[in-house]
Design a binder for this molecule. Structure first.
Ligand SMILES: Nc1nc2c(ncn2[C@@H]2O[C@H](COP(=O)(O)OP(=O)(O)OP(=O)(O)O)[C@@H](O)[C@H]2O)c(=O)[nH]1
Ligand SMILES: [Mg+2]
Length: 448
């Protein structure tokens, strides 16, 4: 943690106000010098004129100083609220560098907060998640993680492992007193399997990462002319895709983001799938669509309830399942429409008319996606890839403890538990190397 750092904390570009953030031992002296003030009360907003070292007036600003006890970074820091003009901001940063500051690296403010124990690593990660959260669910999870919910669960796991370690060590120390091998094994095995169950719950939550991260990818699929593009337009609430009675209208797939019931959905309208494409161009469109369909997390399968069932083709036949696919029996307003429950019978079905009842269709689709694909109420934390890696290693070590206890003995199992605790420590705090921290904080923006 060397030197005093400075960076623009608001986005680069024109705005009402731009916030320049400063952190490090020189913060108080810097604001004192710049604004010619001898005494500055922490956490108090001041009005001042920013004068550069050469005496030029750069801007009329507000500023505030935070002492190390009550700052984000855990060290003396300050914020300067300038007009949101990037020439002014560039000049202020240049002046700060002239006064001995250094421009901050990505995530350096939060990295300092972590090194000063203001946050643990899980909470630091939550800062990025919170900034990038694009749905209410993602925001709620990030806020819980930032407030320490995930860390709490990890500490509980750590405490339990410490208890097991204590039992094992007592037994090592007083081996002559003989607690009774079987009784000891039973007590420990029970505790270890409870810990494994807790770890499994956390590991299981990782499958909601995709949903929280970039939103859910939902592909609208079906035969040509079924009404897929009509459905896309209905869900978007605008005329985005061409709709026509000519089969094979959509060639290039169309991707659009939409918020349904507070959740971000990446909707994908695709080219109609059929075995006898009429042209090379249609075939190219289908191939491109199939590539995209494979990456989807859920499917809205639109069929024309007046026509023969679609032939989905080998490539995507197996993708829709009861967990991820809603079959929409469209064009129910036409006289020859009939129920199609025997087509993919395990999937949920709805008889609809996109044309005549767009609002009902919107509600049906939102409910389906909410039920199947969003975060269940009981999932309060969601672990990321780094956590999965650590938790998996902790779990393997615990399983080994159990085996070691049965085969080699108490002394060696205590070592395994110590290892498991050591690995678990990496989740919230202890870190092996600088490069891991570099990687983690490189996902931040510069002023955070
Ligand atoms: N009667 C009726 N017609 C509909 C309904 N939904 C869509 N259509 C009509 O069906 C035709 C095809 O609709 P599209 O939305 O272009 O179908 P698509 O599945 O995107 O077709 P391709 O892009 O060719 O694969 C258009 O004429 C729509 O107006 C409906 O609920 N009822
Ligand atoms: Mg279409």
């Amino acid at each position: 943690m060397n030197g005093t750092i400075a960076a623009l904390a608001t986005p680069w570009g024109e705005s009402a106000i731009a916030v320049v953030r400063i952190s490090g031992g020189q913060s108080l002296a810097l604001v004192g010098d710049i604004f010619l003030k001898e005494s500055i009360t922490p956490r108090t907003m001041y009005h001042g004129v920013y004068r550069s070292t050469s005496g030029a007036i750069l801007d009329d600003v507000m500023f505030v100083y935070f002492c190390e006890k009550s700052s984000y970074t855990g060290e003396d820091s300050a914020e300067i609220y300038a007009h949101g003009n990037m020439v002014i901001v560039a000049k202020i940063l240049e002046d700060l560098c002239g006064r001995g500051c250094r421009l901050a690296d990505r995530g350096e403010f939060t990295r300092r907060a972590f090194l000063n124990k203001k946050l643990d690593l899980c909470q630091a990660e939550a800062v990025v998640d919170l900034i990038h959260a694009s749905s209410e669910a993602a925001l709620a999870v990030a806020q819980r993680q930032l407030s320490g919910k995930l860390s709490e669960k990890l500490h509980a796991i750590g405490d339990e492992l410490m208890t097991v370690l204590a039992i094992l060590e007592t037994h090592v120390d007083f081996v002559e007193e003989e607690i009774g091998g079987n009784e000891l094994d039973g007590r420990i095995a029970e505790r270890l399997s409870a810990v494994i169950a807790d770890i499994d719950l956390l590991l299981d939550s990782s499958r909601y990462q995709t949903v929280l991260g970039g939103g859910l990818n939902v592909a609208i699929i079906g035969a040509p002319n079924a009404g897929k593009s009509s459905l896309l337009n209905c869900l978007l609430g605008m005329d985005r895709a061409l709709v026509s009675p000519i089969a094979g209208t959509t060639r290039d797939f169309i991707a659009e983001r939409v918020t349904l019931g507070g959740h971000v959905i990446n909707l994908l309208d695709t080219a109609g799938l059929r075995a006898d494409a009429e042209s090379e161009l249609e075939l190219c469109g289908m191939e491109k669509s199939i590539g995209q369909i494979r990456r989807a997390n859920a499917y809205l399968l639109v069929i024309d309830s007046n026509a023969d069932y679609p032939v989905l083709g080998r490539e995507i036949f197996l993708l829709p399942s009861e967990d991820n696919c809603l079959v929409l029996e469209n064009k129910s307003d036409l006289p020859n429409s009939r129920p199609c429950g025997d087509f993919l019978p395990k999937c949920e079905h709805c008889r609809i008319s996109v044309l005549k009842e767009p609002e009902r269709v919107k509600v049906l689709v939102s409910n389906f996606l909410a039920k199947r694909c969003f975060l269940p109420a009981e999932v309060d934390v969601v672990v990321n890839a780094r956590h999965v890696d650590i938790l998996t290693r902790v779990k393997q070590t615990i399983i080994r403890t159990d085996q070691t206890l049965a085969t080699i003995g108490v002394e060696f199992s205590a070592n395994d538990v110590r290892n498991a605790l050591e690995i678990l420590g990496g989740m919230t705090g202890r870190y092996d190397n600088e490069s891991m921290l570099d990687r983690l904080f490189s996902t931040f923006c510069v002023g955070k």
